[in-house]
Structure formats: structure tokens, C-alpha cells
Design a protein around this ligand. Structure first.
Ligand code: HEC
Length: 341
């Protein structure tokens, strides 16, 4: 009975003691545990690039304390700028990190290279031209343009591309971007403005002429037949004035408007019209409307694509027609013969 009880106490004590030993072994030196763990630690190195190129690969898994490399490629027109992160250095287009001890990232930037050449455009206002219209210029170089005023005009201002004018040559500054040279011309005004104002002030706004040159024309009327003599606002304004100028007749009594009266659709209510010195027209004055657009047949043969004027269609152009009444013996009277009935 006693020996059984002793045995029990002995076993129980042994168990408790060995339990202590086991516990102390478990809580003991972790160095033992590391030495036995063979799984290597690895970290992620990610890589990203800005505009103008790329870095490859995007990411690498790297063992602790190891280095790794990335390759940089610049797009056309760009160069590798800076590459930073993970304690690395760039050599050529390869970035080698330092020893990797944690996750980190590499960032690359690229810089735009200046283009080898730029385009310099040149434009001219009314009254002249600039040549050439455009030039391709190497970065940092100068270029020049010839400025040519038309007769009756002088060079006004020339601006753009940081240049200066000498005589009629405009030389730009160093070209570092696309740019435009713009020239304006001044009308050499030999006209007596006061005389013009005395005559036309309040009748014609000389600073803002009517639009005759680019009138909107319905499609069914078609293109004007200007006979290579295009209508300008100034020219048409002058024509409108001359239409009513009696000084265009030999005795200062008759103008175009005498026979072509606006109140009668630019015709004359009389069968025949009175001309200079009691002379009369041989036919009825024709109504004038849209004469610019012609009465002649349009033809695929340009020879027949003509304006036909007068009752007998004998004039083929405005130039041909308009000089006829001036020279007509009974109309404006400049026939070379004295007026007679
Ligand atoms: C004395 C009157 C008279 C005067 C002045 C006169 N014309 Fe006429 N015009 C006529 C007559 C008449 C005709 C037709 C003549 C013919 O068919 O031979 C005509 C025809 C025309 C036509 C042809 C129209 C068409 O549809 O074929 C035009 C255009 C015209 N005149 C413009 C003018 C202009 C511009 C002036 C001033 C420079 C002018 N006329 C001065 C009497 C005149």
C-alpha cells in the first residue's frame, strides 16, 4: 500500500520535473530555431517610368542582401533623365540596385530632347509679300526672309521669332521653337484725304467700304465671270461713284445713271435715251442687273463661256461693253467727232 503510494508520488514528481525541463527548452534560445529555418527571405523591387520611355521589368523578387538590375529604354526624342530608389546606380541604360533589405521601388524619368529643327512660317498682310513662306531651321540657328512691298506700299512692321529688319531682309533670332514671322505693309497714301472727305463725307464711309468683292451668291447664279479682273471693294466703290459722274461725258451733262436710272431698274422709262448735246441713243437703254454674272451661255469650252452684252450680244466682256457708251457719239460723246443729232 505504502510502496504503491510512493510509486505514485515518484512518477508524479518525475512528470512535473520533466515538464519543467521541456518548458524551459521551448522558451529558450531562438538562435537555435533560425539556424534550422532554411527558407530564404525575399523582397519585391518594383519599377516605374514617367513619360518618354520605359523600365523593365516592372518588378522583381530579390533575395535579401542581393542586388538586381533594370533596363531603361527611352522613346524616340527622349533621353534617360534620372533613376532613383533602392540605393542603386545607373550605368548606360542599366540601373543596378544596392543590396536589397526590404521592399522598395525604382523610379525613372525621361527628358524630351529638343527637335533637330523647327519650322518658321512667314505671312504677309495686304500690300506685299514675304519669301519664302516657310523655312526649316536647325535648333539655335538664325534664318532670314525677304520682305517685298507692292508698288504704292511700304514695309510697315515685321514681327515674330525675335528678329530684326535691315532694309528689306528680316533676320530672326536663334530659333528654339516653331514660330511665325508676320509682316504688314502701309499704303503710300498720295491721295488728298481732305478732298476725298469734302466730296464724300457722310455719303461713303471710306474707312469701311461695302463688301462688293465677296458677296454671297446663291448657287443657282454661279460664279461671277470676272475675266481675270477681280472685283475689289475699292474698285467697285470707285465704279459706283463714276456711274453718276457727269464729267465722264464730253459736255458734263450725262452720266451712266442718266440712261440707267436706279428708280427704273437701271433702265429708262423712255424708249430711247437722251445723250450729250441733244443726241439720243439708237436703242432702248437696257436694265442693268447682276451683269457681273453674265448673260452668256456657260460652256465646257472656255472660249464660249462668256458674258454677252447689248441687245445684239456684241460685247463679250464688261471691259468691252463699258467703254462703248463713253465712245458712243450720242451717249458720252467721246467718239472723236463733234456731237450731232
Ligand atoms: C445715252 C444713254 C446711255 C448712257 C449714257 C449709257 N448707256 Fe448703257 N446702254 C444704253 C443703251 C441704249 C444700251 C443698249 C445698247 C445696245 O444694245 O446697243 C445700253 C447697254 C448697256 C449695258 C448692257 C447690258 C446688258 O444686259 O447687255 C451695260 C452693262 C451698260 N449699258 C452700262 C453702261 C455704263 C456703265 C454706262 C456709263 C459708262 C452707260 N451704260 C451709259 C444707254 C446708255
Amino acid at each position: 500500500m505504502n510502496s504503491i503510494k510512493f510509486q505514485y508520488i515518484y512518477l508524479k514528481t518525475t512528470f512535473i520535473i520533466s515538464s519543467f525541463i521541456m518548458l524551459s527548452a521551448c522558451g529558450g534560445g531562438s538562435g537555435d530555431e533560425e539556424a534550422t529555418n532554411n527558407t530564404p527571405t525575399s523582397f519585391t523591387v518594383s519599377a516605374s517610368a514617367g513619360n518618354g520611355g520605359n523600365i523593365a521589368p516592372n518588378s522583381r523578387s530579390v533575395l535579401s542582401e542581393q542586388t538586381t538590375t533594370f533596363t531603361l529604354t527611352a522613346n524616340e526624342g527622349f533621353a534617360i533623365g534620372t533613376v532613383t530608389g533602392c540605393g542603386g546606380i545607373l550605368s548606360g541604360n542599366v540601373y543596378t540596385t544596392g543590396a536589397i533589405t526590404g521592399n522598395c521601388s525604382v523610379t525613372a524619368s525621361f527628358t524630351a530632347l529638343p527637335p533637330a529643327s523647327y519650322t518658321v512660317l512667314a505671312t504677309a498682310g495686304n500690300g506685299g509679300s514675304i519669301a519664302p513662306n516657310s523655312r526649316s531651321v536647325q535648333t539655335g540657328q538664325l534664318t532670314s526672309f525677304n520682305v517685298i512691298p507692292n508698288e504704292g506700299f511700304a514695309i510697315g512692321t515685321v514681327t515674330g521669332c525675335g528678329g530684326s529688319l535691315s532694309g528689306n531682309v528680316y533676320t530672326t533670332g536663334a530659333i528654339t521653337a516653331n514660330c511665325t514671322v508676320t509682316v504688314s505693309f502701309n499704303f503710300l497714301n498720295n491721295i488728298d484725304q481732305d478732298a476725298l472727305l469734302r466730296q464724300f463725307d457722310g455719303i461713303i464711309d471710306l474707312s469701311k467700304l461695302e463688301n462688293y468683292a465677296n458677296q454671297k451668291v446663291p448657287d443657282y447664279i454661279g460664279d461671277p465671270r470676272d475675266n481675270d479682273n477681280p472685283v475689289t471693294d475699292a474698285g467697285a466703290t470707285l465704279g459706283r461713284v463714276l456711274f453718276y459722274d457727269k464729267k465722264l461725258s464730253i459736255d458734263d451733262t450725262i452720266s451712266c445713271g442718266s440712261c440707267h436710272q436706279q428708280s427704273h431698274a437701271f433702265s429708262d422709262p423712255n424708249v430711247v435715251s437722251k445723250g450729250v448735246a441733244g443726241g439720243v441713243s439708237t436703242r432702248h437703254s437696257m436694265r442693268l442687273i447682276n451683269t457681273r454674272f453674265g448673260h452668256g451661255e456657260a460652256s465646257t469650252n472656255p472660249r464660249f463661256n462668256v458674258v454677252r452684252m447689248f441687245w445684239d450680244a456684241r460685247a463679250n466682256s464688261h471691259e468691252d461693253q463699258e467703254t462703248a457708251p463713253i465712245k458712243d457719239h450720242n451717249e458720252h460723246g467721246y467718239s472723236g467727232n463733234p456731237p450731232s443729232n
